[in-house]
Design a protein around this ligand. Structure first.
Ligand code: HEM
Ligand code: SF4
Ligand code: SF4
Length: 688
C-alpha cells in the first residue's frame, strides 16, 4: 500500500520534475529546494511584516483604517508590502505541502529521518495559526468570520468558563486590549516559537540547506512582487457584527477547516485535527523502514583524518579520543541511531583504495552489506567480458535500476547505494587496470540527492575540489558525471551516454567532450520561457485558492439570530443565618454570619421563531463547585422577512413556564444579524 502510494506519487511528480529540470537545470530545480524555499518565504513575511507593524494600529477602530491606509494611500510601498506579506504566506503553504509530499513520496521520512518529520508536525501548528491571526488582525468581514469561528473552536476546549465567541457579536463587546494581545501573538509569540521549531527541525541534519540558491530567491521574489503589483491584496469591507455578507473570499490555505464548522460540532473538528496530526507523527513507523547494517569503523585502518565526519550528511560519525594506543589523536565513532547506511563516508575515507597489493582491502569505515572489497569484486566481474575499444562502466545509485537496460557487450553497470560511496581512487583503478575505456557516474540530481549531499561531494571530489580528490594522473576526459533523475530524464541520459562513448578521445581520436557531460538541454530562450512560466504558475497557484472558490457563509436570502449571554442560576439551597451557638463552634477565622451552599441550578433556555423551537437546553453552571454562571451561545439562520421571536429562561427548579421571558416581532433584512442578550440588572431580554 505504502509502496503503491509512493509509486503513484513519483509518477505524478515525474512530469513537473522533468519540465523544471529542463528549464532551471537540475541544480536549480525549485522542487529540489522546497525546505529552503519555505524559509525564504518566511523571510519575506518577516521583512514585509516589520513594515506593516510600523503603520498598524492595534485598536478596534484603528486596525481596519490603518490597513486601508497602507493599501490605498500608500499602495506603492505599504500596499506592496501588505501584498507580499499575504502572498509569501500563501506561497509558504504551497511549498510546505509540496515539501511534505516530496519527503513522503521519496521515502525520506522514515528510519533516522523520523526526527525531521516528527518535528515538522508542530511547525504546521505554528504556521497555520500565524496565518489565521494575521487575517484576524485586518478586522474586515473575513476577520470577523475568522474571529467567530476561531472562538467557537476555542470555546470547545476546557480553557475558558465564559464563551469567547460572544466577544465578536456586537461592536461594544470588543476591546482594544484584545487587539493588542492578538498582535502580540501574531508578531512576537508565534514567530519566536516558529524560529525555534525550524532550528529543531533541521537540528540533526549536517549542513542543512536553509537558504535556496540565489537565483531561486530572485525568481521567487520577482514572482511575488509582480503578483503584488498586478493583483494587490485587499480587505473585504470593514467588520460589522450587525451585518453578515452572504459570501466571502476565503483563504483556503489557512482556513480550509473553518467551513467544516457549518456541519460539524467544534469537538469533532478538533478530533479530526488531532487525529491527522497523530497520524502524521506516527507515519515514519507505518511501517518502519528496513534498516540495513550501519557502517563500521575498523581502527586498524582509521587514521583519524575526520573526512567521514565532514562528509556524513546526517551527523552520524563523530571523533573520539584514540582508544587503541595508536599515534593518531582521534578515531571515528559511528552513532548507529543516526546512520542511514548511505556509504558516503566510505567514499570519503582515504584508506578505501583498491590499489592495495599487500594487505586485504579494508577501509577505515565500511558498509558491512557492500564493503569496498565487494565493490572492487563487482567491478572486476562486471567488466570481465567487455569487448571493443569504447568499453564503458556505468556506476549508478540505488534509484537508477533502469540503468540495467544499458548492459551490453560494451557496457557494464554497477549499482551502489549512493554515488558518493565510490572513492575516487576506484575511477583511476578501473582506467589504469584497463577494465574499461570510460567511466560514467550516474547519480541523482544535485539538489535532490536521496542522501542529501552525495551528488555534491561526488562532483567536488571528481573535479579535484574536495578530498579525497581524483588523482591528477587520471585522465578526467574518460570520466562523465550525469546528475539526473533516472526515472525522469532517461532518454536524455541515454543520448548523453552514447555521446560520451562516441567521443572517448583515447579510443577514437574524436574531439574530446567537456566535463561533466550533461544531458542536452533546451535552447536558452525556451529555458527562460520555462522559468517565467513556472514562476508565473506558482504565483497564480499561491493566490488562486485565496479567492476561489468563494465561501458562502449564509444561505441566500437569510439573516442570522444569535443568543449570547451568561447568567447564574439560583442557589440550590437558601443561605442560612448561623446562630451564636453555631458560630462559637467554628474557628474564629471561619465565623461568617451567613452560610451559603455554593451549588446553583442549571439555567434552562428555550428560543423559538414563529412558534418553532430552535434552541432548548439546560446549561450546567460553570466551575468545579458548580457555582459559576451558565453561558448561552447559539447562532441560527432565518429567512429574511417578518418573524416573531420568543425566548424564555428559568434559573430555579421550576418545572413549568419561565422565570424570565422576552419576545419581539421584527422584520429581518437579508444578512442582518440580531443578537438576543439578557440584561442581568434589569432582568430583561434585549433584541439588538
Ligand atoms: C515551516 C515549515 C518547514 C520548514 C521551514 C522546513 C524546512 C526544512 C529544511 C530547510 C530542511 C533541510 C533540507 C536539506 O537540507 O536537505 C528540511 C528537511 C526535512 N523536512 Fe522540513 N520544513 C518544514 C516543515 C516540514 C513538515 C511539516 C514536514 C513533515 C511533516 C517536514 C519534513 C522534513 C523532512 C523529513 C526533512 C528531512 C529530509 C532529509 O533528511 O533528507 N518538514 N525541512
Ligand atoms: S553511511 Fe551515510 S549516514 Fe552512515 S555514517 Fe556514513 S555517511 Fe553517515
Ligand atoms: S575517513 Fe576513514 S580514516 Fe578518516 S576518520 Fe573516517 S574512518 Fe578514519
Amino acid at each position: 500500500m505504502l509502496k503503491a502510494l509512493q509509486k503513484a506519487g513519483r509518477l505524478i511528480f515525474e512530469l513537473p520534475q522533468t519540465w523544471l529540470d529542463r528549464a532551471f537545470g537540475n541544480a536549480l530545480n525549485p522542487l529540489c529546494h522546497l525546505g529552503s524555499l519555505i524559509v525564504f518565504f518566511l523571510w519575506i513575511v518577516l521583512v514585509s511584516g516589520i513594515w506593516i507593524t510600523i503603520f498598524f494600529h492595534t485598536s478596534v477602530v484603528g486596525a481596519f483604517e490603518s490597513v486601508e491606509y497602507m493599501t490605498i494611500d500608500q499602495w506603492y510601498l505599504g500596499g506592496v508590502m501588505r501584498s507580499l506579506h499575504r502572498y509569501a504566506s500563501d506561497a509558504a503553504i504551497v511549498t510546505l505541502v509540496l515539501h511534505i509530499l516530496k519527503e513522503f513520496i521519496f521515502d525520506r521520512y522514515r528510519s533516522t529521518r523520523w526526527f525531521s518529520w516528527v518535528t515538522g508536525v508542530p511547525l504546521l501548528w505554528m504556521i497555520i495559526p500565524l496565518g489565521i491571526t494575521g487575517y484576524w488582525l485586518v478586522w474586515d468581514q473575513l476577520a470577523l468570520y475568522v474571529a467567530l469561528i476561531s472562538s467557537e473552536l476555542l470555546d470547545a476546549l476546557p480553557i475558558f468558563t465564559d464563551s469567547m465567541a460572544r466577544n465578536f457579536l456586537t461592536t461594544d463587546s470588543l476591546s482594544d486590549r484584545f487587539f493588542t494581545l492578538l498582535a502580540f501573538i501574531h508578531i512576537i509569540g508565534l514567530p519566536i516559537f516558529l524560529v525555534f521549531a525550524i532550528w529543531l527541525h533541521v537540528f540533526r541534519i549536517n549542513r542543512p540547506r536553509i537558504n535556496p540558491p540565489r537565483k531561486l530567491m530572485v525568481g521567487a521574489l520577482l514572482a511575488l512582487l509582480a503578483l503584488s503589483l498586478v493583483y494587490p491584496a485587499l480587505s473585504q469591507g470593514k467588520a460589522n457584527p450587525a451585518f453578515v455578507p452572504e459570501s466571502l473570499a476565503l483563504d483556503w490555505y489557512y482556513l480550509l477547516i473553518y467551513p467544516l464548522l457549518n456541519y460539524w460540532p467544534p469537538a469533532s473538528v478538533w478530533l479530526l485535527l488531532l487525529g491527522f496530526s497523530l497520524l502524521l507523527s506516527i507515519a515514519p513507523w507505518l511501517p518502519p523502514a528496513r534498516k540495513p547494517a550501519v557502517v563500521k569503523v575498523d581502527l586498524e585502518n582509521c587514521n583519524g583524518c575526520e573526512r567521514c565526519v565532514e562528509d556524513c550528511p546526517f551527523g552520524a560519525v563523530e571523533m573520539a579520543p584514540r582508544s587503541d594506543g595508536k599515534k593518531y589523536a582521534s578515531e571515528a565513532v559511528v552513532l548507529a541511531d543516526l546512520c542511514l547506511s548511505c556509504g558516503i563516508c566510505v567514499g570519503s575515507c582515504p584508506t578505501a583504495t583498491p590499489f592495495r597489493k599487500h594487505s586485504a582491502l579494508l577501509a577505515g569505515i565500511d558498509l558491512p552489506d557492500q564493503p569496498v572489497a565487494m565493490v572492487r569484486d563487482m567491478i572486476s566481474t562486471a567488466t570481465r567480458d567487455l569487448a571493443g575499444d569504447r568499453r564503458l562502466i556505468i556506476f549508478g545509485c540505488e534509484g537508477s535500476n533502469k540503468l540495467k537496460k544499458f548492459i551490453d557487450a560494451e557496457t557494464a553497470v554497477v549499482t551502489l547505494t549512493c554515488m558518493a560511496q565510490l572513492p575516487p581512487t576506484f575511477v583511476g583503478w578501473v582506467l589504469s587496470r584497463d577494465l574499461a575505456d570510460g567511466v560514467v557516474l550516474f547519480g541523482c540530481s544535485h539538489g535532490d540527492c536521496q542522501y542529501r549531499l552525495g551528488a555534491k561531494w561526488t562532483e567536488q571530489r571528481m573535479n579535484r575540489q574536495r578530498d579525497p580528490r581524483l588523482r591528477k594522473r587520471v585522465d578526467a576526459e574518460k570520466l562523465a558525471l550525469l546528475w539526473t533523475e533516472p526515472w525522469s530524464d532517461f532518454p536524455n541520459a541515454a543520448t548523453a551516454i552514447s555521446t560520451f562513448r562516441d567521443s572517448l578521445a583515447a579510443a577514437t581520436g574524436k574531439p574530446e567532450p567537456e566535463l561533466p557531460v550533461r544531458p542536452e538541454r533546451p535552447k536558452h530562450y525556451f529555458r527562460a520561457a520555462g522559468v517565467v512560466l513556472a514562476w508565473g504558475l506558482f504565483a497564480v497557484t499561491s493566490v488562486a485558492f485565496t479567492i476561489w472558490p468563494r465561501f458562502s457563509q449564509l444561505e441566500k436570502g437569510n439573516a442570522i439570530v444569535s443568543l449570547s449571554f451568561s447568567h447564574a442560576g439560583q442557589r440550590l439551597e437558601e443561605c442560612h443565618r448561623l446562630t451564636q451557638e453555631e458560630l462559637n463552634k467554628l474557628p474564629p477565622n471561619m465565623r461568617k454570619p451567613l452560610d451559603c451552599p455554593r451549588e446553583r441550578y442549571p439555567v434552562k433556555v428555550s428560543f423559538s421563531a414563529d412558534g418553532q423551537v430552535l434552541y432548548r437546553k439546560s446549561l450546567a453552571p460553570s466551575g468545579v463547585w458548580n457555582d459559576g454562571e451558565s453561558t448561552v451561545y447559539f447562532r441560527a439562520q432565518l429567512p429574511a422577512g417578518r418573524h416573531k421571536l420568543f425566548i424564555g429562561m428559568s434559573d430555579s427548579n421550576r418545572k413549568q413556564g419561565f422565570d424570565y421571558s422576552g419576545q419581539t416581532e421584527l422584520t429581518l433584512a437579508e444578512g442582518q444579524h440580531v443578537v438576543v442578550e439578557f440584561d442581568d440588572l434589569q432582568k430583561t431580554f434585549t433584541f439588538k
